[in-house]
Design a protein around this ligand. Structure first.
Ligand code: NAD
Length: 170
């Protein structure tokens, strides 16, 4: 029985993440998705709450019909202790999946097997790019799964993103 951990911020969960999860679901028996920076929301870089991101991942992962756990993980101020922090929050796992260089370094130093995945259309399937499109009023829906569109619409996410970029200063 192999349990794999996939870590991300998912601001928002997009089709690049979805491709990675699809691949992981073929390689492991159970998937843990760790929702990083769980404490952050209502910011330009982090518009969605941990609960909203849990909803996005949970709704999208159903497609792969694999046992899964979606767990929010808050950041901590000390990178050297972060892996212990993550391990204290999630079920035991055998392998971790990430392309984030800092995350690779921290997990590898802790002796955890890390697997990187290919990047799928990184210039389009990118949280930064999707948030930029939302702010500019351009088409973003084709870059996220259908179920995620519904969630972002339901919570009025684009309006929130625009509001948090505003300032009362001239
Ligand atoms: P992310 O949502 O940007 O990406 C998640 C994963 O998906 C990454 O591995 C990324 O490479 C991959 N990905 C993104 N677009 C892709 C595409 N088009 N095709 C294929 N793969 C794609 O999240 P992230 O920044 O990697 O999340 C790491 C989390 O860990 C953050 O929340 C960070 O704060 C947290 N962290 C915290 C500490 C601490 O608290 N001290 C330390 C390290 C990391």
């Amino acid at each position: 029985m192999i349990r794999g951990l996939y870590l991300g911020r998912f601001q928002p969960y997009h089709l690049g993440h979805h491709q990675v999860l699809k691949q992981i679901s073929k390689e492991v028996d159970e998937i843990i998705v760790g929702i990083g920076s769980a404490q952050k929301s209502h910011e330009v870089e982090n518009p969605f709450t941990a609960g909203e991101r849990v909803l996005m991942v949970t709704s999208a992962i159903k497609e792969f019909d694999i046992k899964h756990y979606v767990i929010p993980i808050e950041d901590i101020q000390r990178n050297s202790l972060w892996v212990s922090h993550v391990k204290s929050m999630v079920p035991p796992f055998d392998i971790a999946y990430t392309n984030n260089p800092l995350v690779i370094e921290l997990l590898s130093e802790a002796g955890i097997e890390v697997k990187q995945s290919p990047l799928f259309k990184r210039n389009k399937y990118s949280g930064t790019q999707i948030r930029r499109l939302m702010l500019k009023g351009e088409k973003w829906k084709k870059f996220v799964p259908e179920s995620v569109i519904e969630i972002i619409d339901e919570i009025n996410g684009v309006k929130r993103l625009r509001t948090v970029t505003q300032s009362d200063q001239e």
